[in-house]
Design a binder for this molecule. Structure first.
Ligand SMILES: Cc1cc2nc3c(=O)[nH]c(=O)nc-3n(C[C@H](O)[C@H](O)[C@H](O)COP(=O)(O)O)c2cc1C
Length: 244
């Protein structure tokens, strides 16, 4: 197997880090990786904020219910879908900004932001660092906006905490490719027959070394989607100037 792919297949989120800041050089390299992704029409519609203020970092960790590994890691970034730059540009040229406000522009910025973050993740893991995305920021986007003084047409999507790992989780078995990959047409029956995967994930959850449980992937999803999650996210996005 290709060396990089082998490393990617070994990914597991890290939730315990050395409490030691990453060097400026390493952070610079991580940011270069983030900036090197493809970008829809080259709009580069994202921003990353490095959170160094301990009080803000702690607050963000608390609202995400991940304070220990947001506060104690090598660096904590917040990734933000961002069309504010374009807003200012268009306004300076007396151009209507309706085109920035629509769902398609929001999707463009969300995809660009995600590509940049995952590029950073691959670079970090290639350097032997551990990472954990922190989508828990979306528990309270209004507070995140206030803490980070975010302008219109920005949406904080997730945090990313990175550092020297103190512990390593087991790799979670992914969906069999037969459930996720096909040629030409969508095989409904094949993709939704999860029996083999439930067997694999049942074994995984039962036998993993920490936090073992009697469950499987289907049961996890049934529980996760039992309720509508974070309904106020759409309200926030509208408040930020997008038209859904
Ligand atoms: C966008 C995104 C948001 C996430 N948010 C959180 C989070 O708030 N807290 C956390 O502990 N893990 C978070 N995770 C990590 C996932 O729980 C983890 O990736 C998933 O369980 C698969 O495990 P693995 O990364 O170890 O393979 C997030 C992952 C992604 C991609």
């Amino acid at each position: 197997m290709n060396e990089l792919v082998a490393r990617m297949a070994n990914h597991a989120s890290v939730r315990q880090f050395k409490d030691q800041p990453l060097s400026t050089e390493i952070k610079q390299e991580l940011l270069t990786a983030a900036q090197s992704g493809a970008s829809s029409n080259f709009v580069q519609a994202w921003t990353v904020l490095e959170i160094n203020d301990k009080a803000v970092r702690s607050k963000l960790g608390q609202l995400a219910h991940c304070e220990p590994y947001v506060l104690h890691s090598g660096v904590f970034y917040v990734f933000i879908a961002d069309l504010y730059r374009q807003k200012i540009l268009l306004e300076q040229h007396h151009q209507d900004i309706a085109s920035l406000r629509n769902l398609e522009s929001l999707l463009v910025s969300v995809v660009d932001t995600t590509i940049s973050a995952q590029n950073m993740v691959i670079a970090a893991e290639q350097m032997g660092l551990g990472i954990c995305y922190i989508g828990g920021l979306r528990n309270d986007l209004f507070q995140v906006k206030q803490l980070l003084t975010l302008p219109e047409l920005t949406v904080p999507l997730f945090g990313l905490t990175i550092g020297e790992p103190l512990s390593q989780n087991e790799v979670k078995p992914r969906l069999p490719q037969a459930n996720q990959v096909a040629i030409d047409v969508y095989p409904r029956q094949q993709f939704t027959d999860l029996s083999a995967y439930d067997q694999i994930t049942g074994d995984y959850y039962q036998n993993r070394t920490q936090n073992n449980q009697q469950t499987n992937w289907s049961q996890k999803n049934l529980a996760f989607f039992k309720e509508i999650r974070r309904p106020e996210v759409s309200q926030f996005i509208k408040k930020q100037g997008f038209v859904l």
